[in-house]
Ligand binder design. Structure first.
Ligand SMILES: NC(=O)c1ccc[n+]([C@@H]2O[C@H](COP(=O)([O-])OP(=O)(O)OC[C@H]3O[C@@H](n4cnc5c(N)ncnc54)[C@H](O)[C@@H]3O)[C@@H](O)[C@H]2O)c1
Length: 248
């Protein structure tokens, strides 16, 4: 493992209780940071925080609720005194159906968490970063946001939205020492697979030239660099980690 210096950095990882978020939190702590695991699922977040150690704390929050997010921000600031890093990771796959079979309520459910969630968290936390004159924001998008997966229009559209949100935010923050970038992973075997049909999982694997799913640790390694001081010039950018699938 390469050494990435996150000493004295304080981070929030939304959806940090498990999967990609947990791997990011573990990598951050291994790099010297303190991490708040912001998750809807408090029991799993607390268990994970305990397993990671003293540098991790669990905070229960629904990232789609602006009032709850402001409360969680204040609690995190009270605990850490600053927020250097925000990783918008919490997300769902939604039900795999064609556009015409998808219920409007299901479309809204996916967009609300995957796109409104990062907006709400950025809106709440960026002012604290501006006041503190430092920040690193990493938004977890998906290769689906670049390519549009069949039977996942809600998910693909939400992740395309996250990419555009990142591009706008990066420009807005360009005069500060605050960068905002997105990553676009291929599929990783996590609990999110439980929401998908086997046909959809097989489709995603068939599209990856490397012929395997990305490991959560591989995503975490990229995110750790994007969350570090070294990543000071790249902003509003999209970092591919799709095993060769992305062509742009
Ligand atoms: N696993 C993949 O194949 C894959 C590929 C590309 C991108 N991604 C993206 O990576 C991110 C993490 O995915 P994962 O596979 O680790 O998922 P996961 O299902 O393993 O974990 C998601 C976490 O988000 C939490 N969460 C759900 N709703 C929430 C809410 N309203 N507020 C706060 N927390 C909430 C869950 O409790 C859970 O701990 C998602 O944004 C996903 O779209 C995943």
């Amino acid at each position: 493992m390469n050494h990435i210096d996150l000493n004295n950095r304080c981070a929030i990882v939304t959806g940090g209780a498990q999967g990609i978020g947990r791997a990011i939190a573990e990598r951050f702590v291994a790099s010297g940071a303190r991490v708040a695991l912001w998750d809807y699922d408090l029991a799993t977040a607390e268990k994970t925080a305990k397993e990671i150690g003293d540098a991790a704390v669990a905070v229960q929050v629904d990232v789609t609720d602006p009032v709850a997010v402001d409360k969680a921000r204040d609690a995190t600031l009270a605990a850490f005194s600053k927020i250097d890093i925000l990783v918008n990771n919490a997300g769902i796959a939604g039900v795999n159906k064609t556009v015409w079979e998808t219920d409007y309520a299901e479309w809204q459910r996916v967009l609300k968490l995957n796109l409104d969630g990062p907006f709400i968290c950025c809106k709440s936390i960026v002012p604290a970063m501006i006041a503190h004159k430092y920040g690193r924001i990493v938004n977890i998008a998906s290769i689906a946001g670049k390519e549009g997966n069949p039977n996942a229009a809600h998910y693909s559209a939400s992740k395309a939205g996250v990419i555009a949100l990142t591009k706008s935010l990066g420009k807005e923050l360009a005069s500060y020492d605050i960068v905002a970038n997105a990553v676009t992973p291929a599929a990783a075997r996590t609990a999110i697979f439980d929401q998908m049909t086997q046909q959809h999982i097989d489709f995603m694997l068939s599209k990856i030239p490397k012929g395997r799913f990305v490991l959560v640790e591989e995503v975490a390694a990229l995110v750790a660099w994007l969350a570090s001081e070294d990543c000071a010039f790249s902003t509003g950018a999209v970092f591919d980690i799709s095993g060769g699938r992305a062509t742009y």
